[in-house]
Write a protein that binds this ligand. Structure first.
Ligand code: CAA
Length: 255
């Protein structure tokens, strides 16, 4: 198996890409295994937050160039790789990318599917597709634009140059930069802290940030107001507020 599913502690799953001989290049086997894993995790009520990671020197080196070098457009249509990205794109629970080493092309795009990116100090990000005659095909042009704005996105996409973890953090592509050997621990600690919070509210926040960001502000604000009102139907809202009033820790059940 090139995608390993491990426990990341209570209510947290760790998804690890493990294809060292090809620097974690995302061939169809890896993409299919990732898709299956995320479908499974979405419906597993014991899991509240997920961390996706790669290896020490590489998060993922992008789509598998050798597997597509001779492809024709019809092959690419029939491969329908968007089907495998779908379960990650639509994953309803918080997803944290723990990035060590290279996150290139589809690897950078995978990290950008996450809700937060924790990067090691020596991590490198790039969309080098331009250098092999193509363009990003898993949301890179659009997610990068939305993450860092036009002028940084254009440089990254048009030159294929690598961006250091520090530059990525400064431009808003990375949530936190930590020493390389602390990346996974930090991402898991963050995931475990989110897993203790009320899952329905957590899920709504993710949905609102992702969906609302592409809507006109007024429509997004209406969506937020309705979701806010809906929270008052949850047991966790009653518990959270009662615990505050009684000066004790809340016990969230996810209801
Ligand atoms: N696809 C297929 N094989 C890859 C690969 C990739 N994306 N990246 C690395 N490999 C393979 C190499 O071909 C090599 O295989 P062999 O041992 O059979 O020669 C092996 O992995 C080791 O690679 P390197 O010797 O290059 O390892 P390195 O440690 O010196 O360098 C690297 C690592 C910087 C990641 C370098 O391998 C690299 O630049 N890889 C390509 C990055 C790239 O261009 N990615 C974009 C892909 S296109 C894309 O992603 C489209 C999309 O949007 C979906």
């Amino acid at each position: 198996m090139e995608v390993l599913l491990e426990s990341g502690g209570e209510c947290v799953a760790l998804v690890r890409i493990n294809r060292p001989e090809a620097r974690n290049a995302l061939n169809s086997a890896v993409r299919e295994q990732l898709a299956r894993t995320f479908v499974e995790l979405a419906s597993n009520d014991d899991i509240r937050c997920v961390v996706v990671t790669g290896m020490e020197k590489v998060f993922a080196a992008g789509a598998d160039i050798k597997a597509m070098a001779d492809a024709q457009p019809i092959d690419m249509i029939l491969r329908a790789s968007e089907r495998n990205w779908g379960p990650i794109k639509d994953f309803p629970k918080p997803l944290i990318a723990a990035v060590n080493g290279f996150a290139l092309g589809g690897g950078c795009e995978l990290a950008m599917h996450a809700d937060m990116i924790i990067a090691g100090a020596s991590a490198k990000f790039a969309q080098p597709e331009i250098r092999v005659g193509i363009i990003p095909g898993a949301g890179g042009t659009q997610r990068l634009l939305r993450a860092v704005g036009k002028f940084k996105a254009m440089k990254i996409l048009l030159t294929g140059e690598m961006v250091s973890a520090q530059e990525a953090e400064a431009m808003g592509l990375v949530t936190e930069v930590v020493p390389d050997d602390e990346v996974l621990d930090r991402a898991l600690a963050l995931a475990r802290s989110i897993a203790l919070l009320p899952p329905l509210a957590v899920r709504k926040i993710k949905e609102l940030v992702l969906q609302g960001g592409d809507l006109p502000l007024e429509a997004a604000l209406v969506m937020e107001r309705h979701a806010f009102q809906l929270m008052f139907a949850t047991a966790d809202q009653k518990e959270g507020m009662q615990a505050f009033i009684e000066k004790r820790s809340p016990n969230f059940t996810g209801l």
